[in-house]
Design a protein around this ligand. Structure first.
Ligand code: SF4
Length: 374
């Protein structure tokens, strides 16, 4: 069995030899020994005296000099230490440089969405109400021309258009109603319509059979119970076929000037994003928001919020980077924050495109919507 020394063993074995060599090579009184003055100087004097007394200097007499050996070796050791220290310092510097380089090269951690200045995470009810009013002011400045986005000329047309707007866009309703109202201008006319003909006219709005049933039913109720007039109360309106609270408030607010909050999909989404409510229930959203604002604000607030939801604060990709409400919004960062990319997400007149109404109010800054197929 052959015994092979490992590298470590070899190194260990070599060390004593080197030490011995060093001791032998360390001459007494060399320049290298000069720093060891305190001990070495008396040692030399003693040795000289003894040498004078005895011609042959015993080896023992060199013993004190041997004491200086470590001192003689000191420069070597110091040099080694210096070299070692220098090496260590150099290595440390390299390590630091490497760390810095790594830190620079390391991919940036995905930081949470930036919050705009001025928004407090935990806010009191009073602060939330104050912020809600500030948002309403910003919206009023942004959309001074906010209006109902359904084309209508009287309460009956608005009621019909609102019923048709379920599950479709106001634009599609506005493109559909001109032909409908041309054929059935009054509740009496519509109540007498042939169902299939009515269905065909409103087909572009989707769910046309159910909607036709609602229109026939509410027209007959208006004719029979209200002398052909649209009633101006919530209680009476919600009893009409196909009419819920949202439709009732749209009609009341815009055809009769009665304050009402319209909680559609946009209004509910934005009220939650702004922490005005936490509820998904439209009736609860309505009461939460009603507790924040004066009734005189309700109708226009509804238009502004819905305008904002359609144009900037979209459901899937809100254009946060182009949003005037951003400094007041707890949900800033839910959408695109890059200003240039956000601008491309803007819709209707904010994005330079036509609005939803074929007959928009005179102060509407965008182009009117095209007719059906246009
Ligand atoms: S677009 Fe962004 S910043 Fe503006 S209201 Fe919506 S979530 Fe808030």
């Amino acid at each position: 069995m052959t015994t092979k020394k490992t590298a470590a063993e070899k190194t260990t074995a070599e060390k004593p030899a080197k030490k011995a060599a060093t001791k032998k090579a360390a001459p007494a009184g060399t320049a290298a020994a000069e720093p060891a003055t305190a001990e070495a100087a008396p040692a030399r004097k003693t040795a000289a005296k003894k040498a004078a007394a005895k011609k042959t200097a015993p080896a023992k007499k060199t013993a004190p000099a041997k004491k200086a050996t470590p001192t003689k070796n000191t420069p070597t050791k110091t040099s080694a230490t210096k070299t070692s220290t220098a090496t260590k310092t150099s290595a440390a510097k390299k390590a630091n440089a490497a760390k810095k380089a790594t830190a620079k090269k390391a991919p940036a951690k995905k930081s949470p969405a930036p919050k705009p200045p001025g928004f407090a995470k935990r806010e009191s009810r009073a602060a939330m109400v104050k912020r809600a009013h500030a948002i309403n002011e910003v919206l009023a400045e942004t959309y001074p021309y906010a209006h109902p986005e359904l084309d209508f000329e009287d309460p009956f047309q608005l009621l019909v258009a609102t019923v048709l707007s379920a599950q479709t866009t106001d634009l599609r309703v506005n493109q559909t109603t001109p032909a409908l109202f041309a054929k059935y201008p009054t509740p009496e006319d519509m109540a007498a319509a042939v169902p299939e003909e009515l269905e065909e006219l409103i087909r572009p709005t989707g769910f046309f059979r159910a909607k036709a049933r609602s229109l026939l039913g509410l027209s007959a109720a208006l004719r029979d119970d209200f002398d052909g007039e649209v009633p101006a109360t919530v209680d009476a309106l919600v009893k009409l076929p196909g009419v819920g609270r949202k439709t009732a408030f749209v009609v009341l607010g815009n055809a009769f000037g009665v304050p009402g909050i319209t909680v559609d999909t946009h209004f509910g989404r934005l009220a939650r994003r702004w922490k005005w409510t936490t509820s998904e229930d439209p009736v609860k959203v309505e009461s939460d928001v009603a507790a924040i604002f004066e009734p005189s604000e309700w109708t226009m607030l509804s238009h502004r919020v819905i305008f904002h939801g359609r144009r900037i604060c979209h459901s899937r990709r809100p254009a946060c980077g182009a949003c005037p409400v951003a400094p007041l919004c707890p949900s800033y960062g839910e959408g695109e924050t890059d200003p240039e990319k956000a601008k491309k997400l803007l819709k209707y007149e904010k994005g330079g495109m036509p609005g939803q109404r074929l007959k928009p109010p005179a102060d509407f800054p965008g182009p009117p919507a095209p007719p059906l197929g246009g």
